[in-house]
Ligand binder design. Structure first.
Ligand code: NDP
Ligand code: 2IT
Length: 452
């Protein structure tokens, strides 16, 4: 058996009950196979064995009091996976499905994503099984404060810098940062995604969605195509989905779907600027459901209980582009087949690990331009890195400056993926290219440190 297969087997045995982590490890390690013969020094130093074990895992209890005066208890996590190339960096997820395996998969992916950004950031992820849905602002505040009461001792501007992810947006980052400042009495950049008034960066809210569209544009350009005139499916209706819609519109494309965990809307006329403004109010201020979009606009279908991919499959909805932007494993192989059958030629992953391993295989066999999450959605964390830079310099850049840096970073990531894929014998394979390009930098740093 190869070293790679041995390490995968070791993870399956030693980390039972963590299917998402197993999936991420398989996805990354199998594509690293060509590095084994090129870098015998990595094998000797047991880099592959070492990289799948986090530097440390922090798990804690989060007790808080709800609006009825009842005590609630949640689980909190921060997985500090690798600081080989910089401080741990990665989001916090608040969702009832959160468990150790999910945070480990996200933290593991983050190592390679952050390496690809060209910025000096290690990989980490955290979160809680707390469900912000249906909670009052007061309850969310009490929960965030209780979470930070423990997290504060583990983070720092040169140690670990969390940010948002599912269920953690501007409101939550504000409450978390307020509590940090109260306890520690300083203004260090220990979180990104902050409000603009207190150290946030312009374009950070937009960055993940914009970046996923820039990445799609780069992939399409290799075939002489562009976003203009294309029809796109977007799943989810949160932060990533919203700004994916905005950038597709700006580039002359049309988005026809959005979803949440209750259902999907199809708007064949396209989600234009005015409708997007309505969506931002609906989701970010009123915290409503996507069904209300269908009630608001004529000619919009709502499919209760169905995902975007169900609707494409069952109703033969034509799309040229797909931006999965909700959650992991939303696209199984049947949905991937339905996308191909209905005209999709480019998939750019806004969400983390939204496609199953066999769905990815099918996209690649069918010659779909497949942009894996750790490359396609890296614009979010890259712009977090730019927020850290601005905070360190004690200044702030304008929108155009940040956007052009983001765009440049997405181009660099695209180029790095293609170059690594070419060098390691799989031209055009963005998955292998992203994994190898991200990995080599981290592995070389680990080699430099010796056995620690
Ligand atoms: P939000 O919380 O803003 O939005 C999430 C959206 O996805 C909501 O519409 C939500 O619906 C839907 N969703 C979440 N979980 C599920 C589920 N289990 N089943 C069906 N629908 C679901 O999160 P983001 O937009 O920030 O994150 C979306 C994805 O992008 C995640 O995979 C995240 O890890 C990834 N990502 C985010 C980045 C960022 O900067 N925010 C950066 C890089 C990646 P509902 O409201 O019903 O739950
Ligand atoms: O998955 C991700 O890259 C994020 N949720 C963003 C992390 C960050 O630190 O901005």
């Amino acid at each position: 058996m190869s070293v790679i297969q041995d390490v995968i087997a070791m993870v399956l045995e030693k980390d039972p009950g963590q299917p998402e982590f197993h999936q991420a490890v398989k996805e990354v390690l199998t594509t690293l196979e060509p590095t084994v013969s090129k870098h015998p020094e990595f094998v000797k130093a047991r880099i592959f064995e070492r990289i799948v074990i986090p530097d440390r895992v922090i798990m804690f209890r989060v007790p808080w009091v709800d609006d009825r005066g009842e005590v609630q208890v949640n689980r909190g996590y921060r997985v500090q996976f690798s600081n080989a190339i910089g401080p741990y960096k990665g989001g916090l997820r608040f969702h009832p499905s959160v468990n150790l395996g999910i945070i480990k998969f996200l933290g593991f992916e983050q190592i390679f994503k952050n390496s690809l950004t060209t910025l000096p950031m290690g990989g980490g992820k955290g979160g809680s099984d707390f469900d912000p849905k249906g909670k009052s602002d007061n309850e969310v505040m009490h929960f965030c404060h209780a979470f930070m009461m423990e997290l504060y001792r583990h983070i720092g501007p040169d140690t670990d810098v969390p940010a948002g992810d599912i269920g953690v947006g501007g409101r939550e980052i504000g409450y978390l940062y307020g509590c940090y400042k109260k306890i520690v009495n300083d203004n260090a950049c220990v979180l990104t995604g902050k409000g603009i008034e207190y150290g946030g960066s312009l374009i950070r809210p937009e960055a993940t969605g914009y970046g996923a569209v820039y990445f799609a544009g780069e992939m399409m350009a290799t075939r002489g195509e562009e976003i203009k005139g294309k029809v796109a499916a977007v799943s989810g209706s949160g932060n990533v989905a919203q700004y994916t819609v905005e950038k597709v519109n700006q580039l002359g494309g049309k988005v026809v779907t959005l979803s949440d965990s209750n259902g999907t809307i199809v708007d064949e006329a396209g989600i234009d600027e005015a409708k997007l403004a309505y969506l931002l109010g609906l989701k970010n201020l009123r915290r409503g459901r996507i069904k209300e979009y269908a009630d608001e606009y004529k000619g919009v279908e709502y499919y209760a209980g169905q995902s975007v991919w169900d609707v494409i499959k069952d109703h033969s909805l034509h799309v040229d582009l797909a931006f999965p932007s909700a959650t992991e494993n939303e696209i199984c192989v049947e949905y991937a087949q339905a996308l191909v059958s209905n005209g999709c030629t480019c998939v750019s992953e806004g969400a983390n690990m939204p496609s199953s391993l066999d769905a990815i295989k099918l996209f690649q066999e069918e010659d779909v331009l497949y942009g894996p999450a750790k490359a396609a959605n890296a614009g979010g964390v890259a712009t977090s890195g730019l927020e850290m830079s601005q905070n360190s310099m004690r200044l702030s850049w304008g929108r155009e400056e940040v956007d052009s840096r983001l765009h440049q970073i997405m181009k660099s990531i695209h180029k790095a993926c293609l170059e690594a894929a070419q060098t390691y014998g799989r031209p055009g394979d963005y998955l292998m290219g992203a994994n190898i390009a991200g990995f080599i930098k981290v592995a070389n740093a680990m080699m430099a440190y010796g056995v620690v």
